[in-house]
Design a protein around this ligand. Structure first.
Ligand SMILES: *[C@@H]1O[C@H](CO)[C@@H](O)[C@H](O)[C@H]1NC(C)=O
Ligand SMILES: *[C@@H]1O[C@H](CO)[C@@H](O)[C@H](O)[C@H]1NC(C)=O
Ligand SMILES: *[C@@H]1O[C@H](CO)[C@@H](O)[C@H](O)[C@H]1NC(C)=O
Ligand SMILES: *[C@@H]1O[C@H](CO)[C@@H](O)[C@H](O)[C@H]1NC(C)=O
Ligand SMILES: *[C@@H]1O[C@H](CO)[C@@H](O)[C@H](O)[C@H]1NC(C)=O
Ligand SMILES: *[C@@H]1O[C@H](CO)[C@@H](O)[C@H](O)[C@H]1NC(C)=O
Length: 930
């Protein structure tokens, strides 16, 4: 049962099962396999990075929060929130799980029906997609592609006879498209014997085993047909398994096969996933690899700036403000990890400029000038749309403009993107008197209201200010909203006319509390937990400082834990938002059960269905990990009223909760979560920042996520509506202009209809270009809409399949017993045959010195000559060469006098796994390989 895994150097014990089921299946899932591999690899890379930086690396606990702290450096990072980390990991895990629902009937995605060539092709394209997108820093697309491709890679070990053939290490050829997939059982060749009573661990025919041929199970949920003599996948939903030869060979969970084969399949799947991650790491480099895994301390800062002529008075101020924001964050713990600038004019907008260099973005902002466009409304929504598709999830976006938007047809698209990315958008509107009158909009009295609605829906603010007041306005909003620690305690929208009292709970973990109120004519009285009050007329009082600018009031509060009260009296509409900074935060998604051979839950990536029950998956994160937090109540609250629906909370363990709600209220809602911090024995409350809505419409779009340059694709989608039929209006938008046409009107028959979007990426589109495609559909009576947001990528067909070859030319080794006195040296020639050429060469570990020079050798072949020099105390080296499309070639050398323990290629020994008891169902021990 304990299988020594040579290439990995660790041993796995599985007291409970880890199986190949999707999210929420029978306890253990594909996601656990992915999670195991991802955690080990992150730990390993973080440890090496820390060593290279001369830092200590110690993980004190078992949580992701601990791992993040240790990776970022405990002293350097200060308090960090694990939300971005967990969100990134979810992007990987979710797509991994989704393969079972989106591609349930695709043989290739699961290596069913001996589809080995097709399955391996999917892996080749998937890996190329990950690599191309990592190189362009399109991390979200890369994560999603990684999740998907890993599923197929992992399924190979459960669904094929690889472990029955006696293998206990990964099949390297799956990740080497230049190698043949090997002998596969022929068409018509019998592969299985009949199984009278399960388990039947020896179903594979001896001839297949002797000839070392690959085979896999056939599966159908609708028909019992399978080719004569072939193995079935097996299990209750597989109709072919009742057909002779009866039984099944899948090792998805123990039961059908022996426990040994099941655990062997799990172990090899984890090892194979580690090899894949190592391959991607070699291409990405350690910094980008960790960013791909979501290890980041800070968020990103994004500006969308109007550059039309009418802004000429304001743009200097907007520029000054933007630059001062950047300067004020520099060197602080909130220093953004990257910056995005999107200028917009009329009719042009963009391009989106993304950089990690503060000086570059400052220069770009300085170079903006206001021209053209006149006083006409401009392309504000196009600019905002581009910002939303360029920025990662949960970014803060600041829009500076002085006029109404011309491109309001994009309103639904922008709203969809805001909800789907959960980014917060704040508008600074200077000169608000101008051009509002031009808009003829029956639903809103002013165009400002449109900006206000959008800001509210995203959890941001819409602020009307004069040019003179702009710096003040931005100061008071930006200083508190760009940290990753920002949490919302309370937010609501009211129409005014009465006096209303709001209460909110401040727990001891919250720092820097702020109240934001936008409105025109109101007064308030704030009361702290000890009963001390301060009114809106007192700018500097016992409870804090009140500042106002334009229509925005901010109270910076002196912290006191406990229940606060806010009584607001207003004749006009207003918004209220209470925020603070804390590492206690939560994430949420609506989920839906699905059936099929591998049932589970999928995340609903659009608005959930109206007028019916709903389920939410809620995850909490805190400084010491989720095990110190207990969620006691989750409810959906109307944003603009007092209506609320409480959910039933089921604890799934490790900070995950399944929340069931009988009926989701209509209109804008926020999610309210209450819980207990067991460490401080104090109650806490949090709200979602983004407002949620439900819809009677659903849009389903299934897509191959990878497109080829110059090749048109037709992407089908289905719109469904509950209730009456009629004609829906559809829009499809992307951020690259690749959409050629789409079905813009759909007549629903029996509540549903199909349409399609035609996309054509130009032939010269660089590999690794990502596309965000947004499809929105509006109900026949225009009262309701929903969306689908798809992230696709363009990847050129990979023709260079071979990695660079590394040839060790000479080694000079004078190492003596006292290693610190001597050095050793290695020289190697690296070539890439007829391929795309050697793009980079690096060495690992990083404590030697590597020099490389390129020259043209014999026969006009390009040669990269490498010289590596290191202390004899560092006796091992792995030279890593990457070619133009990300094929990775390595060579290993050791001058160690001891028997070598390191593998020749692939993963170095994983001692990293020791301290990670993370996924508590799994116990494992670290052991040196022999
Ligand atoms: C969590 O809260 C629930 C409801 O208050 C309570 O029944 C349960 O015992 C708590 N669990 C822990 C581990 O504190
Ligand atoms: C998706 O990819 C498969 C195989 O690569 C192809 O057969 C199919 O037509 C593609 N579908 C779409 C909608 O492009
Ligand atoms: C390069 O391509 C030529 C022609 O296709 C082939 O004959 C040759 O063997 C290739 N060389 C290598 C090193 O792959
Ligand atoms: C390696 O490169 C560094 C800087 O590029 C140079 O100073 C050094 O002399 C080189 N060493 C060798 C052995 O070529
Ligand atoms: C290594 O490359 C250099 C430069 O092309 C060449 O002169 C030398 O012969 C090569 N050595 C070997 C062993 O291939
Ligand atoms: C060698 O490298 C040069 C410059 O990088 C490139 O232009 C040329 O095509 C390469 N030659 C071969 C045979 O790969």
């Amino acid at each position: 049962m304990l299988c020594p895994m040579l290439s990995l150097g660790f041993l796995v014990l599985l007291p409970f099962t880890v199986a190949f089921n999707p999210i929420g299946g029978k306890g253990q899932t594909h996601v656990n396999i992915m999670e195991r591999a991802v955690m080990m690899k992150i730990t390993e890379v973080c440890r090496e990075v820390a060593k290279a930086e001369g830092r200590d690396f110690n993980i004190l606990g078992e949580s992701l929060e601990e791992l993040l702290q240790a990776c970022l450096g405990r002293d350097k990072a200060g308090e960090v929130s694990a939300v971005a980390f967990k969100t990134a990991l979810d992007q990987i895990y979710r797509q991994n799980g989704l393969v079972d629902s989106l591609f349930a009937s695709s043989e290739a995605h699961h290596f069913h029906s001996e589809a080995f060539v097709e399955g391996r092709n999917l892996i080749t394209v998937g890996v190329a997609t990950v690599k191309a997108n990592v190189q362009k820093e399109n991390f979200q697309v890369a994560r999603e592609a990684l999740g998907r491709v890993s599923h197929t890679l992992q399924d190979f070990y459960s669904h094929s006879n690889w472990v029955e053939l006696g293998h206990r290490t990964p099949y390297m050829n799956l990740l080497r498209p230049d190698y043949s997939i090997g002998p596969v059982a022929g068409e018509g060749e019998a592969t299985c014997s009949n199984c009278e009573k399960e388990p039947c661990p020896n179903s594979i025919l001896p001839t297949i085993l002797q000839e070392k041929k690959l085979t896999s199970g056939y599966l159908s949920v609708t028909s019992s047909f399978k080719p004569a003599g072939k193995c079935s996948h097996g299990g209750p939903s597989d109709k072919t398994s009742n057909q002779r030869p009866r039984g099944g060979i899948h090792k998805d969970e123990p039961g059908l096969q022996s426990w040994e084969l099941h655990t062997a399949a799990v172990d090899v799947a984890i090892a194979a996933t580690l090899d894949l991650l190592e391959d991607i790491r070699a291409v990405a480099g350690d910094v980008d690899f960790l960013q791909l895994m979501g290890i980041t301390r800070s968020s990103l800062l994004c500006f969308v700036i109007d550059t039309t002529g009418s802004m000429s008075d304001d743009i200097a101020e907007a520029k000054r403000v933007a630059i001062s924001i950047i300067d004020s964050k520099k060197g602080t713990q909130d220093e953004p990890s990257a910056y995005i600038l999107v200028p917009f004019n009329d009719p042009e907008f963009g391009p989106a400029i993304r950089t990690t260099d503060a000086e570059v973005i400052k220069t770009k902002i300085s170079n903006l000038s206001a021209t053209g466009g006149g006083d006409e409304p401009e392309m504000c929504f196009s600019g905002l749309k581009l910002a939303l598709t360029t920025a990662p999830q949960s970014s803060s976006i600041f829009v500076f403009t002085d006029a109404s938007a011309k491109d309001t047809h994009l309103e639904a698209t922008v709203k969809a993107l805001m909800q789907s990315t959960r980014s917060t958008v704040s508008f600074f509107i200077t000169n608000p008197g101008l051009s509002w009158r031009r808009r003829r909009d029956t639903q809103r009295s002013t165009a400002f209201q449109l900006y206000q609605e959008l800001a509210q829906a995203s959890g941001g603010q819409a602020i009307k200010v004069s040019k003179e007041m702009l710096p003040q306005a931005t100061d008071i909003i930006v200083d508190s909203t760009t940290s990753t620690l920002v949490v919302t305690l309370l937010q609501c929208v009211r129409s005014g006319g009465t006096t209303e009292t709001f209460t909110f709970l401040a727990d001891p973990s919250v720092r820097d509390m702020m109240i934001y109120i936008t409105g025109n004519s109101f007064s308030f009285i704030l009361q702290n937990p000890s009963g001390v009050s301060q009114s809106s007329q007192v700018p500097e009082g016992p409870l804090g400082t009140i500042q106002s600018v334009g229509n925005l009031y901010r109270v910076r509060m002196k912290h006191q834990a406990g229940l606060w009260k806010m009584e607001i009296n207003s004749r006009q509409p207003y918004t209220l938002k209470v925020m603070g900074q804390s590492s206690t935060a939560f994430m949420y998604d609506f989920v839906e059960a699905f059936g099929g051979p591998h049932p589970g839950f999928v995340v609903i990536e659009s608005r959930p269905q109206a007028e019916r029950e709903a389920k939410l998956l809620v995850k909490v994160t805190g400084k010491q990990g989720p095990d110190f937090l207990n969620v006691t109540e989750v409810s959906l609250e109307e944003a603009s009223g007092s209506g609320e629906v409480k959910g039933t909370v089921e604890d799934l363990g490790h900070g995950q909760y399944l929340v069931s709600v009988d009926r989701v209220p209509k209109g804008q809602m926020v999610l309210l979560l209450k819980g207990l911090d067991k460490n401080t024995s104090s109650l806490f409350q949090r709200q979602s920042s983004t407002q949620l809505t439900v819809s009677k419409l659903t849009i389903m779009a299934q897509a191959n996520r990878t497109l080829e340059p110059g090749t048109p694709v037709s992407l089908p989608f289905t719109v469904t509506i509950s209730g009456t039929g009629g004609t829906c209006t559809v829009r499809a938008d992307d951020d690259r202009g690749f959409v050629q046409s789409f079905t813009d009107s759909l007549t629903l028959v029996n509540g549903s209809a199909q349409g399609s979007v035609e996309l054509r990426p130009p032939a010269n589109t660089p590999s690794g270009t990502d596309i965000t495609l947004t499809i929105t559909a509006e109900s026949p009576d225009k009262s309701d809409s929903n969306y689908a947001v798809l992230r696709l990528s363009v990847v050129a067909k990979v023709t260079d399949l071979s990695p660079p070859a590394c040839h060790i030319v000479s080694v000079r080794d004078n190492c003596s017993h006292n290693c610190s006195l001597s050095t050793w040296e290695l020289s190697a020639n690296i070539t890439d045959g007829n391929g795309t050429g050697v793009r980079s060469v690096s060495s690992r570990p990083g404590d030697g010195v590597l020099n490389s020079t390129s020259s043209v050798g014999e026969g006009g072949v390009n040669v990269t000559q490498v010289l590596y020099r290191a202390s004899c105390c560092s006796p091992n080296v792995e030279i890593i060469a990457v070619d133009g499309v990300g094929n990775v070639g390595t060579c290993f050398h050791s001058v160690s006098r001891l028997p070598t323990t390191a593998p020749l290629s692939g993963s170095p020994p994983l001692t990293a796994s020791l301290s990670l008891g993370l996924y508590v169902l799994l116990l494992y021990f670290s052991q040196k390989a022999q």
